[in-house]
Design a protein around this ligand. Structure first.
Ligand SMILES: [Zn+2]
Ligand SMILES: [Zn+2]
Length: 340
């Protein structure tokens, strides 16, 4: 019997432990992926800490998966063995709910099928995924580069390209971390005047290297005032988790401007209604994208040279890599690698 190594959690707040399991067979409509790389996302904490309602254990985390199809289940059309693929937050959809019938798969109303939460994910040598969740990885993009683009990448790329901002518009990225360092690159490559906002000045040189046209230190400057001095922001992409930091940029939006929330705020957002009303400003969230959006992210990244800055860890050091991510010390994504 062929065995594989996986990193699992057996209970809420339990350790990430490496164990051997039988290599699973893909069922109808699914494929087996030989995982090469899997990014560690902040959202993996819902599996580690047991905060996702109804999550069942043991569970293998991981939804920034890159590898190759190793076996194809029955009833799968359009994918073949050996093809390089990724799987992200969108790990499948029902096909019959109202969202799915409108072609909006990532907002499927029937039990979201998120890898690493609803079923075993990519902290493993092999995983099973529904064919509808697959994104083709273009030749020329490595698995280590593709992995983080499957969640952090598609979330920033897809929210920006659907934000309504047009080339030349001022688009601010709030936070220069795992999401933010990708957001700056995408915004610059899409032809926006990308403004990076972070606390302190130590991230300024990096933000500029990533393509930021301007930098605002929110520790010593009022980010709203500074944005207005630059002409005001059409869009602010909030990648931080502080509701207060998000509230502090609202005054920097132009008429019709949008604050798009990507970071799960840990505190409520205090908002004055009048500026929203008078300037037709809005606040919205954005949930990554479906598998074809992920594929578009990979293609665009290959085309333009956008890459996550990643620290690489072998699968057996998953616990250390996860702690490194949680500590905020990772610059900027931690990626697990498995196999050759
Ligand atoms: Zn994620
Ligand atoms: Zn659905």
């Amino acid at each position: 019997m062929e065995k594989m190594r996986v990193v699992q959690v057996v209970r809420p707040n339990g350790p990430l432990e490496i164990v051997e399991r039988k290599i699973p067979e893909p069922g109808t409509g699914s494929v087996r992926i030989k995982v090469r790389a899997c990014g560690i996302c902040h959202s993996d904490s819902v599996t580690k800490e047991g905060t996702w309602p109804g999550i069942e254990y043991p569970r293998v985390p991981g939804h920034e998966v890159a590898g190759a199809i190793d076996a194809v289940g029955s009833g799968v059309a359009g994918w073949k063995e050996g093809q390089r693929v990724g799987v992200g937050w969108h790990g499948g959809h029902c096909g019959y709910c109202e969202s799915c019938r409108r072609g909006d798969f990532v907002t499927c109303q029937v039990a979201p099928q998120i890898p690493g939460i609803a079923y075993d994910g990519g902290y493993a040598e092999y995983m099973i995924a529904p064919a509808g969740a697959l994104a083709a990885i273009p030749e020329g993009l490595s698995a280590v580069d593709a992995g983080p683009l499957m969640c952090a990448g598609v979330t920033t790329f897809n929210s920006l390209r659907n934000s309504g901002a047009r080339p030349g518009d001022l688009v601010a990225i709030l936070g220069v971390g795992g999401l933010g360092h990708l957001g700056i690159q995408f915004a610059a490559k899409m032809g926006f005047r990308a403004v990076a906002i972070a606390r302190g000045t130590d991230k300024e040189p990096l933000a500029k290297t990533l393509g930021a046209w301007a930098y605002i230190d929110s520790k010593t400057q009022d980010p709203s005032m500074e944005l207005l001095k630059l002409g005001g922001a059409k869009v602010v992409l909030a990648t931080v988790t502080s509701g207060q930091a998000m509230g502090a940029v609202l005054g920097g939006l132009v008429v019709g401007g949008k604050l798009i929330i990507l970071g799960a705020a840990t505190e409520p957002l205090g908002v004055a209604g009048i500026p929203l009303i008078l300037g037709r400003r809005s606040i919205m969230g954005w949930p990554s994208g479906s598998s074809i959006d992920s594929q578009d992210t990979l293609s665009f990244s290959l085309l333009t040279g956008v890459r996550a800055m990643s620290e690489i860890f072998p699968l057996e050091r998953a616990a250390e890599a996860y702690d490194h991510m949680k500590s905020g010390k990772a610059r900027f994504r931690a990626v697990l690698t498995a196999g050759g």
